[in-house]
Design a protein around this ligand. Structure first.
Ligand code: NAD
Length: 290
């Protein structure tokens, strides 16, 4: 396929490379001066989209996505696909989808889970909102960039699935970290704590697959000085998006809200920025009740 790829950062660059490596023609654009092996970098977003059958965006937020959509959609070919893989607010995803439909472009919102490692290895999971025919046509590309793509329904539902997943993830990571810190103070050995919880009803992905305690369980960012991985900053972003969505639909999400506030304090007032989101454990180690 002819692919236009806009936003070649930590995630976009390896995704674009994997597509080119699989034999697709990839034209790329980023506002920064970037190079990606096998991807031809063009001087503007417009240049990338004019001949593309699929335009992929991997951008920082909804505002930037909307401005890129405004710059590009009108130059895209009728019937082509606008596939946004960024994590953005549900409202922006729906607005961009509306704009695309008005220009006879097929919109897909397809945020990912799996992080930079998943982007490099081509093992991302895509949560996809948008029409059936768009999902079917993009499947070939999801298979190159990832290992799983779930069609979640209409436009915006990919973003809804992503923020609900990450709201659970943020809350369970905090619960796992505070339980480890409590266990420490009670004199319980961390390995024993892991062995019990990972095979009991407290188990979760945060404990079993991404254990925040160094030297326990599988290899995780905690074994590498909490270098991300998935940063606390990005967790804060996703938890904030979940709260925006919850307010929009008047849904009561007290755990999600508290998780957002804890990551906000961690990132903005403590030393959490730039650290993996599992670095909540050393944070709780240092804390007392008062
Ligand atoms: P990044 O900041 O490394 O990359 C974003 C890129 O977009 C940058 O290279 C930037 O220069 C470029 N850009 C900004 N404005 C632009 C514009 N107007 N036109 C073209 N390019 C522009 O961020 P990232 O880590 O690659 O994340 C991208 C998206 O993926 C975000 O929405 C993030 O929430 C999501 N995400 C990231 C991870 C992760 O682990 N990094 C995991 C899951 C989802």
């Amino acid at each position: 396929m002819n692919i236009g790829f806009i936003g070649l950062g930590n995630m976009g660059a390896p995704m674009a490379y994997n597509l080119a490596q699989a034999g697709h023609t990839v034209l790329g654009f980023d506002t920064e001066n970037v190079t990606v092996e096998k991807v031809e970098i063009l001087p503007s977003a417009r240049n990338c989209v004019e001949t593309a059958e699929v335009v992929i965006t991997m951008l920082p937020n909804g505002e930037i996505l909307q401005s890129v959509a405004n710059e590009t959609i009108r130059y895209m070919q009728e019937g082509s696909i606008f596939l946004d893989c960024s994590t953005v607010d549900v409202g922006s995803a729906k607005l961009v989808a509306e704009k695309a439909k008005n220009h006879k472009i097929i919109p897909l919102d397809a945020p990912v889970s799996g992080g930079i490692g998943g982007a490099k290895e081509g093992t991302l999971t895509f949560m996809v909102g948008g029409p059936d025919d768009g999902f079917s046509r993009a499947k070939e590309l999801f298979n190159v960039m990832g290992q799983k793509a779930v069609h979640c329904g209409g436009s915006g539902n990919g973003q809804s699935a992503k923020i609900c997943n990450n709201m659970i993830l943020g809350a369970t990571m905090i619960a796992t970290c505070e339980a480890f810190a409590l266990a420490d103070k009670l004199g319980l050995d961390r390995q024993a704590m892991f062995d019990v919880v990972s095979t009991s009803s407290g188990y979760s992905w945060s404990m079993n697959a991404y254990c925040p305690a160094p030297g326990i369980g599988p290899q995780t960012p905690s074994d590498n000085d909490y270098i991300p991985g998935f940063s606390s900053d990005l967790m804060l972003k996703d938890l904030s998006l979940a709260q925006i969505a919850a307010k929009d639909v008047n849904s009561d999400t007290p755990m999600g809200n508290l998780a957002m506030l804890l990551y906000k304090t961690f990132v903005e007032e403590e030393d959490g920025s730039g650290k993996d989101f599992s670095a909540m454990l050393p944070r709780f180690e240092k804390k007392t009740r008062n």
